[in-house]
Design a binder for this molecule. Structure first.
Ligand SMILES: C[S@@+](CC[C@H](N)C(=O)[O-])C[C@H]1O[C@@H](n2cnc3c(N)ncnc32)[C@H](O)[C@@H]1O
Length: 439
C-alpha cells in the first residue's frame, strides 16, 4: 500500500503541480526500501509513458467525466490500469490496492466506481488495449505534428514507437581501446558507435566492476557522439560550456584535452567534480561556475575548440523522462530557442581562428537545432559548417543530415534498443574573424 501511495503522490506532483518525475520521486520514496523505490519508479514512469492509452480506456469506461475535485480518483484509476495493462500484475492486487488508495485519499465515496472500472478493464481492457494505436495516443498532438513536419510521418511514428519502452543503460569507456574488454567483463553489447550497452536486469550501477575507478561512466550512446566531433586529443584547449554533470567533459579530458568546464549551476558542477575525481581526470580540467552569457573569460581563451551542449526541451530523452511528454509545452519553445541563439553566439566568440565549434542539443525540434545554427552562420560569415561524416559515428549513415549535421532519433539502432534524440552541428572558424571577446 505504501508503494501505491507513493506512486499516487508522484502522479499528483507531476500532473497537477508540473514537477519533473525525478524530483517528485525523490520526495515520495524517502524511507522506502530499494526494491519498493524501484517499484514506485516503474509504476509511475509506466503510467506516464502510457498515459494517453490509459486515459482513452478510462474515458471509455466512465459514463461521465469525474468532477475536478475527484482528480485523485482519476490518478488512482490510472495507476490501477497501469498495473493491469502495463505491468501485467494480477487483478486482485491491482483492484484491491486501488480501492484502498481511494479510501486513504478521502475519496472513499468513489470506491465502488474504482472497483467497477478496474474490474471491467480486467475483463475487457486487454482486447481494447491491443486494438489501440499506442504510439499515437501516447504522443501529444503538438509533438506528433512537429516530428511529422521535421522528419516525415513514418519517422514520427517510429519515434513515438521507440518511446513505448524505457531506454537501456549505456556506458562510455574511459579508454575506447578497452571497450571490448569492458563489454566482456560487464556482459554488455558493444555498439557500432563505441558505447557499451548493458543487458536488462543488470546489477545496480555502483556495484558494477569499473565504477569505483571511473573506468566508464553512464552516458547514452547518442550523448557520447557530440564531444567526439571536436576530435579531442592531447593538448587541445577546449571550452566545454554548459558542462555539468560532465559526461562530455569526461570524454574530452580522457582523450587528453585541456578543458575549461563551465556551468552556471554549482550543484551540478559538484557532480562533475565527483565524476572527474573518480576517473582520475581532474588535473586536466578547470571547473568554472559562471553564466556563458556574462563570463568575463580568463587567460585560457580563445580556445582551439568549443562545445556548447545547450539547455533545451530535452524532447530527445522522453524514453528516460516520460513525464516530459505531458510537461513540455509548445509555448515555451520560442524563449528556449532565443536563449540557445544567444548562448551559441557567446560560445562562438570564444573560438580561436581555425578552431572547431560543436553545438549540441538533446532535442527533437528543429527550432532548437538547425534553426539556431543557421542564425549563427548568417551572423558570422567567418564560420563554416564542417560536415560530420558517417565514419566518425560508427559508420551509421542514418545519423547524418544532408548538410552533414548529426541527427540521432530514438528509433535509430532500433534492433539494439534505440538511442536518445540528439542534434549536433560542427562549425569551423576561418582566419578572417573579428577578435573574440576578452582579448
Ligand atoms: C544539457 S545540460 C549539459 C549536459 C552536459 N554537457 C553533459 O554532457 O553532462 C545543460 C547545462 O547547461 C547549464 N546552463 C544553462 N544555461 C546556462 C548558462 N546561461 N550559462 C552556463 N550554464 C548554463 C545547465 O546548468 C545544465 O547543466
Amino acid at each position: 500500500m505504501k508503494t501505491r501511495q507513493a506512486a499516487l503522490a508522484v502522479l499528483r506532483q507531476v500532473l497537477d503541480r508540473h514537477r519533473p518525475l525525478d524530483e517528485a520521486l525523490g520526495g515520495a520514496v524517502t524511507g522506502l526500501e530499494a526494491r519498493d523505490r524501484a517499484f514506485v519508479h516503474t509504476l509511475a514512469a509506466g503510467t506516464l509513458r502510457h498515459l494517453g492509452r490509459i486515459d482513452a480506456l478510462l474515458d471509455r469506461c466512465l459514463s461521465r467525466p469525474l468532477p475536478d475535485k475527484a482528480r485523485p480518483v482519476r490518478h488512482v484509476l490510472r495507476l490501477g490500469a497501469a498495473q493491469l495493462l502495463v505491468l501485467g500484475m494480477p487483478p486482485h492486487a491491482a483492484v484491491s490496492t486501488a480501492v484502498d488508495l481511494c479510501v486513504a485519499t478521502r475519496q472513499g465515496g468513489h470506491k465502488g466506481l474504482v472497483n467497477a472500472v478496474l474490474r471491467r478493464l480486467d475483463r475487457e481492457g486487454r482486447a481494447w488495449w491491443d486494438a489501440q494505436d499506442g504510439p499515437r495516443l501516447n504522443t501529444p498532438d503538438w509533438l506528433w505534428a512537429a516530428w511529422g513536419t521535421a522528419f516525415g510521418e513514418p519517422a514520427a511514428r517510429a519515434i513515438a514507437t521507440a518511446h513505448q519502452h524505457p531506454a537501456p543503460l549505456d556506458l562510455t569507456p574511459r579508454d575506447p581501446a578497452d571497450a571490448a574488454m569492458w563489454a566482456g567483463r560487464l556482459g554488455a553489447a558493444l555498439l557500432p558507435t563505441g558505447s557499451l550497452r548493458l543487458p536488462a536486469g543488470h546489477a545496480p550501477v555502483p556495484d558494477l566492476p569499473g565504477h569505483d575507478n571511473g573506468a566508464w561512466w553512464v552516458q547514452d550512446a547518442a550523448a557520447a557522439l557530440p564531444a567526439r566531433l571536436l576530435r579531442p586529443g592531447p593538448g587541445l584547449r577546449v571550452a566545454d560550456l554548459c558542462a555539468a554533470p560532465g559526461g562530455k567533459t569526461l570524454q574530452l579530458a580522457a582523450a587528453g584535452a585541456e578543458v575549461v568546464a563551465l556551468d552556471r549551476s554549482d550543484a551540478r558542477l559538484e557532480r562533475l567534480r565527483e565524476n572527474l575525481a573518480r576517473a582520475g581526470l581532474d588535473d586536466r580540467v578547470r571547473v568554472v561556475t559562471a553564466d556563458v552569457l556574462t563570463w568575463p573569460g580568463d587567460d585560457h581563451g580563445p580556445f582551439d575548440a568549443v562545445l556548447l551542449d545547450a539547455p533545451c526541451s530535452a524532447t530527445g530523452t522522453l524514453r528516460r523522462h516520460p513525464d516530459g511528454l505531458w510537461l513540455k509545452a509548445p509555448e515555451a519553445m520560442p524563449a528556449l530557442a532565443a536563449t540557445q541563439r544567444a548562448l551559441l553566439a557567446a560560445a562562438a566568440a570564444r573560438l580561436a581562428p581555425g578552431g572547431l565549434l560543436v553545438y549540441a542539443v538533446c532535442s527533437l525540434l528543429p527550432d532548437e537545432g538547425p534553426a539556431v545554427v543557421e542564425s549563427l552562420l548568417a551572423a558570422r560569415p567567418d564560420l563554416r559548417r564542417d560536415p560530420v561524416t558517417a565514419t566518425e559515428v560508427g559508420g551509421l549513415d542514418d545519423l547524418m543530415t544532408p548538410v552533414g549535421d548529426l541527427r540521432t532519433l530514438p528509433c535509430h539502432l532500433a534492433d539494439a534498443g534505440g538511442m536518445d534524440g540528439f542534434y549536433a552541428a560542427r562549425l569551423r572558424r576561418t582566419g578572417s574573424a573579428p577578435p573574440p571577446l576578452g582579448r
